[in-house]
Design a protein around this ligand. Structure first.
Ligand code: KG4
Ligand code: ZN
Length: 343
């Protein structure tokens, strides 16, 4: 089955063509100009998706050596995400499916991150624990079978990626700052300063990252970081390394605790923050303790349409009622989803 997938939930316009579960092409156009605003401006993002979507889709078809007439299934992100941005990809995909008369599958962006590790070599076997860490979401999921998931923890405030981006901003780094903190931390001392880890009483598997961001803010204020004319690079590297150590420890410790409690030996980490080198290193150490650890290739860590295509395709082939995905029956149901209700 040839699938065309579209992703426009935030600041990446992406299109991908898959043949069954195999990615034939995955074209991603990142809206780098948001950097100058210090974050994604929703209306500007939507307008850029509108400009790019046709060109990116044709590029994905070209690279996969497929024609529009070869497409048998269309998938697009239906949420969560920026409403205006979602509507561009969703309506583009729905219109194409109507014209081509092929089924259309709306895909939950977070579910797609969960399945993104299936695109890279070995697939996690069920049951597995999914740690999904992106710019907008932080979730611990127990995946028992295809589309049988339980949320066992989530963030009560900032998402993990958001904590990276906000801290990067405090340090004067460009948005999105996750990768820069990661790169800087390789040159710094992780024991330079201890930033606090939040412990939550209600649910031990929930996360809170607003405290660490505030702790960095106070630390920088105390050392008068922003009034230093000549920035000390070593200091920047050490702060990045110390911040990263707390983030990695928080994410790792909670996931391992959950794996023990739910007696799961397979752990799949995904979402933009899963590109983090320190996190990968820490989780891979678990392999020696009898755990199977899965990360997507970095191309599939951050937002991409290949994960949308794979998830939509899996949803379609595991569905008992394929008629449901005919456009007429979806007309009312494939609207942007802004919460986790369908998880
Ligand atoms: O999944 P994603 O592309 O978009 C959302 O669905 O939100 O994740 C983007 C997030 C940003 O916050 C970015 O700073 C973070 O992923 N990120 C990283 C790294 N690469 C991207 N965070 C830490 N280390 C990285 N290497
Ligand atoms: Zn994402």
């Amino acid at each position: 089955m040839i699938t065309l997938a579209i992703e426009t939930s935030c600041d990446e316009t992406s299109a991908s063509v898959l043949e069954n579960e195999k990615v034939m092409s995955n074209v991603i156009s990142s809206q780098l100009f948001h950097t100058k605003f210090g974050g994604v401006v929703p209306e500007v993002a939507s307008r850029e998706h509108l400009k790019k979507i046709t060109e990116i889709t044709y590029e994905a078809l070209k690279r996969s050596d497929k024609k529009l007439s070869d497409i048998e299934l269309i998938c697009a992100t239906s949420g969560p995400g920026l409403i205006g941005a979602l509507l561009i990809g969703l309506n583009f995909g729905k219109s194409l499916s109507a014209v081509l008369n092929v089924p259309f599958v709306p895909v939950n962006h977070i579910q797609a991150h969960l399945y993104s590790n299936f695109l890279s070599g070995q697939k996690a076997e069920f049951p597995f624990l999914g740690l999904i860490i992106s710019g907008g979401h932080t979730l611990l999921i127990l995946a028992e079978d295809f589309f049988k998931h339980k949320i066992i923890g989530s963030t009560v405030d900032d998402a993990a990626g958001e904590a990276y981006d906000k801290t990067a901003k405090l340090l004067g780094l460009e948005y999105p700052g996750g990768k820069q903190i990661d790169d800087n931390s390789k040159k710094g001392d992780k024991d330079f300063h201890k930033f606090p880890i939040s412990h939550l009483k209600n649910n031990e598997f929930d996360f809170s990252f607003s405290g660490i961001k505030t702790a960095v803010l106070y630390f920088l204020r105390d050392i008068d970081y922003n009034n230093n004319d000549i920035k000390d690079e070593k200091l920047l590297y050490d702060i990045c390394a110390s911040f990263q150590e707390t983030m990695v420890k928080t994410l790792f410790d909670k996931t391992l605790k959950a794996a023990k409690k739910f007696k799961v030996k397979n752990i799949a980490v995904s979402g933009g923050v899963s590109a983090n080198s320190g996190l990968r290193e820490r989780f891979y150490e678990l392999k020696e303790k009898g755990y199977n650890v899965y990360f997507p290739d970095t191309e599939y860590s951050t937002d991409n349409a290949a994960m949308i295509g794979l998830t939509g395709y899996l949803k379609f082939i595991h569905s008992k009622n394929k008629e449901y995905y005919k456009l007429e029956s979806l007309a009312q149901k494939a609207y942007p989803k802004l919460n986790y209700s369908e998880f």
